[in-house]
Design a protein around this ligand. Sequence first.
Ligand SMILES: CC(C)(COP(=O)(O)OP(=O)(O)OC[C@H]1O[C@@H](n2cnc3c(N)ncnc32)[C@H](O)[C@@H]1OP(=O)(O)O)[C@@H](O)C(=O)NCCC(=O)NCCS
Length: 192
Amino acid sequence: MTLSILEKNPRLLVRPVSKQDIPALIGTRVDKKTNRYTGWDHPDTEGWVREMVAEMESKSPGEDGPSGTWYQYAIVDRSTGETAGDIGVGFGIPGPQQAEIGYRLLDSFQGRGLAGEAVGMMVDHLFSERGLHRLTAAVVAPNQPSIRLLEALGFRREGVFRKSFLCDGEWLDDYFYALLNEEWRGARVPRG
Ligand SMILES: CC(C)(COP(=O)(O)OP(=O)(O)OC[C@H]1O[C@@H](n2cnc3c(N)ncnc32)[C@H](O)[C@@H]1OP(=O)(O)O)[C@@H](O)C(=O)NCCC(=O)NCCS
């Protein structure tokens, strides 16, 4: 059997969220500082996280549910088995064979290249194994770590929504990034 792209990395594992991820998910999904630039409306209850995990455990990626077609994956540090963060994939957004992605790491795991590797694995999985055509991500102008991460993976800035994101009383520009399957694969096929 072919080993899934999401399991190949010796440093990281990316897999569907499960109950063991709940404490870390409370850190990534509820914490206001982590979510300053995510547009996430701070559900601020442990109960919401538990319901979301139960939903993910009861459906397959791409299926509809209380979170719509969003499916949540955990990023696990293989050296310790700790949950480092999460990646959300909005299947079918904005249309068929497309998906929007979002990602977060606990503060203690940031700045080590983990997010770039994990999101890269997810991008490869979505294009190579699921055959998606186009991926998108929205990122607020001051969120440099996220912008660098997306651009390092080859995402192109397709648009700017001027002063459309309200953050701590300030209107910020929101950048819209996209990457096509052919661009991802083309960048990885040796030429000549
Ligand atoms: C976005 C996020 C996942 C990136 O995590 P990370 O661990 O810093 O990611 P990486 O270590 O892979 O670094 C990504 C890039 O950002 C750069 N970077 C990290 N911290 C930075 C900072 N404070 N300022 C500028 N660049 C920074 C890294 O050098 C790297 O760029 P490089 O590959 O050109 O060197 C993390 O900052 C996070 O969880 N933020 C809160 C949630 C969030 O904003 N999610 C994104 C919503 S669009």
